[in-house]
Design a protein around this ligand. Structure first.
Ligand code: BGC
Ligand code: BGC
Length: 643
């Protein structure tokens, strides 16, 4: 602007005129920049210059046309805009209310830095702000163990590990860090926490749940929601919207009813069982003003949850009590469907759309065929199959959340958060969570290891130096990966950085466990390879034969061996338990391997306790606190503490 001011007097303009012309020119420049350079100029635009064409949910609803309302209820996956026939400007044309990144949905394929994410999200936002009323879109992502799709983000143990900490205050801190990293990318909504209560660990999503015990999930889920949203639904521009998912009964499905065994299956249970096992964490979430709830792919006694008006509009959103005296939850936030889930209701898409919306779903995670969804919704509304009161209620709920997170005052990324994604301070919290999550299952006088003694320490196993394996599913990609997929510290790297004196001779054998080596102590890290959702369903719960061999190789060559197991759930380990002197359940999810060395070398004691029953054999499943299962290898609550 300085150069404009000094240039104008030479044109013979008087000072007052200069001010006016300057103001006019800056406006023209800003408008020009917005129109021509939406991608890069977007974040430079001061938030104060943005004013939407409506000032409250009811004001907006009163001004919105039917197409504007339909778009508001539509959530599109970012990659859909690059599919043939689609375009990013469809956000403006169709008034799209929300965009999401699915697992692995980064700016240019999987990963991408925080800055690239912020540029991407702001670019999508610029198209929403070009609409007649300029209603901002809300961008959502699965930040389920940290902002796990973003390269360089701080990743925490998955919920199974957070549950084992038995430290809800630390869960709040973990999710405050996650919130700040999410804010640094312009995303304002996380599809977390999962407050499922898994009853059968053969389910591939077991690790997304804190515990098999409902009250643990109530406590831990509430702690997470407070971390994301602030206390009592404070929200505002320094918090993000949370999602309690998946309503309801995921993790409680009957064997063989899902895809392939349990995921997306059928809950063959009474309402009383639903009320006592699956519902309590949702009550706690609603008490803590969770902003959104995602519906489960599951069915309840044969009816898809997404089609179940009683579940969504009565039990979740309604008041009063059910026939068992259990209160309905009076949920005031908005309900989002799961990924393409309404399509599973029937083979008739018109039926699916009207059934889902009439059941009480407010926003549909389409995620790809948004034009078909919008035209079908339009047809069904115009045919009188969906009442306008239902549409207005859905839109009001969505807009209430958007106002609450401050999108109308600050639609673009607050870039002050961006440099802190993956910061040392954030990683310190993840390291603490990692060490508190570890459960010591066996210790025959080997732990803690000395940092100063004279001994040879052999380190091996295919999980010892593989960050992707340590992280598991929902890490950079949907299914997770192998190797250095992001920034983090493997167990082997952490051992090298643990400050051991030179009298401790380190010998890394990795996956070459068959060589002619000996040692005083061995650490062998094995476990499950990454998976997500149905891909993790198993009918064996077995350690792979490769990993079983690695354990017996290392344990037979050293005097005492310690097994570190990276898994998303208890697996069958009887043989390895007998072969080892110490056994650590390390779960999956964290980028901070130092959390493990903190306890292996005695700087901290073990404190984690199992929140899932550990079976002796797979035939015991489902085996949990709620079904009277006996004869487990380790019971719920087990964990050796302190040394
Ligand atoms: C999962 C949800 C997730 C969504 C978006 C679905 O397949 O069930 O948990 O939030 O995808 O990635
Ligand atoms: C997406 C996930 C989503 C899944 C549902 C994947 O392609 O990346 O986010 O949960 O599809 O099937």
């Amino acid at each position: 602007m300085q150069s404009v001011r000094s240039f104008l007097p030479r044109l013979g303009l008087r000072p007052t005129r200069i001010i006016l012309v300057t103001a006019l020119l800056s406006t023209v420049l800003v408008v020009f920049a917005q129109a021509v350079l939406p991608v890069h100029a977007a974040h430079a635009r001061p938030a104060a210059t943005f004013t939407a064409g409506c000032i409250s949910p009811s004001d907006c609803v009163s001004k919105m046309t039917l197409p504007e309302k339909e778009g508001q209820m539509t959530q599109v996956e970012k990659n859909a805009f690059t599919q043939s026939g689609n375009s990013i400007s469809d956000i403006t044309t169709y008034f799209i209310g929300s965009v999401l990144s699915g697992g692995g949905g980064g700016p240019n394929g999987a990963g991408g830095t925080a800055t690239q994410w912020a540029d991407m999200v702001d670019n999508f936002q610029s198209y929403a702000l070009k609409t007649r009323l300029g209603i901002p879109l809300i961008y959502g992502a699965d930040a389920v163990h940290g902002h796990n799709n973003v390269y360089g983000a701080t990743l925490f143990p998955h919920n199974i590990g957070l549950g084992a900490m038995h430290d809800p205050a630390l869960i709040t801190q973990v999710e405050q860090v996650t919130r700040d990293e999410v804010l640094g990318t312009g995303v304002r909504w996380t599809f977390a926490p999962c407050v499922c209560t898994p009853q059968d660990i053969r389910w591939g999503r077991t690790y997304e749940g804190y515990s098999e015990v409902p009250s643990d999930n109530s406590t831990d889920g509430a702690a997470a929601i407070v971390g994301f949203q602030g206390s009592n639904g404070a929200l505002g521009t320094s918090n993000i919207l949370a999602t309690a998912k998946h309503f309801i009964g995921d993790g409680h499905t009957a064997w063989g009813t899902g895809s392939p065994y349990l995921n997306e299956g059928d809950d063959q249970i009474t309402e009383q069982q639903l009320d006592t096992i699956d519902l309590p964490p949702y009550q706690a979430a609603v008490n803590n003003k969770v902003g959104s709830v995602m519906i489960s792919y599951s069915s309840w006694n044969g009816l898809k949850d997404h089609a179940n008006q009683y579940l969504i509009s009565t039990k979740l959103k309604g008041t009063g009590t059910d026939s068992y005296g259990t209160p309905n939850l009076d949920f005031q936030g908005f309900v989002v469907s799961d990924w393409q889930a309404i399509d599973q209701i029937s083979s008739d898409y018109n039926y699916d759309v009207r059934t889902a919306i009439n059941a009480g779903i407010d926003m549909v995670m389409v995620p790809d065929k948004y034009k078909t969804f919008i035209s079908t919704l339009d047809t069904e509304i115009k045919a009188g199959n969906i009442p306008m009161t239902r549409i207005d209620d859905a839109v009001t709920r969505i807009l209430t959340a958007k106002f609450a997170v401050g999108l109308f005052t600050q639609p673009y990324t607050d870039r002050s958060y961006t440099p802190n994604v993956g910061s040392a301070a954030h990683r310190a919290v993840a390291r603490q969570a990692e060490r508190e999550s570890l459960v010591l299952l066996k210790n025959n006088s080997v732990l803690p290891l000395s940092k100063t003694g004279s001994y040879t320490l052999v380190v091996g196993g295919d999980h010892a130096n593989n960050l992707g394996y340590q992280l598991g599913g929902w890490s950079i990609t949907w299914q997770g990966g192998s190797g250095t997929t992001t920034v983090g510290t493997t167990l082997w790297q952490a051992i090298q950085q643990a400050g051991l004196s030179s009298s401790v001779k380190l010998k890394f054998v990795g996956t070459q466990t068959k060589g002619h080596y000996t040692g005083d102590v061995g650490i062998v890290a094995v476990g499950e390879t990454p998976y997500a959702e149905g891909n993790g369903d198993t009918n064996t719960l077995a350690l792979s034969s490769t990993d079983a061999t690695e354990v017996s190789d290392v344990c037979s060559r050293v005097t005492k061996c310690i097994v570190v197991l990276f898994s998303g759930r208890p697996i069958i380990i009887n043989t390895q338990l007998n072969q080892s002197s110490a056994f650590v359940a390390a779960w999956i999810g964290s980028t901070e391997g130092e959390g493990i060395t903190d306890v292996l070398f005695g700087d901290y004691g073990f404190s984690g306790k199992l929140t899932y029953t550990w079976p002796n054999s797979v035939s015991q499943e489902p085996c949990n606190q709620n079904n009277g299962c006996t004869g487990a290898l380790f019971s719920y609550g087990y964990g050796i503490t302190p040394f």
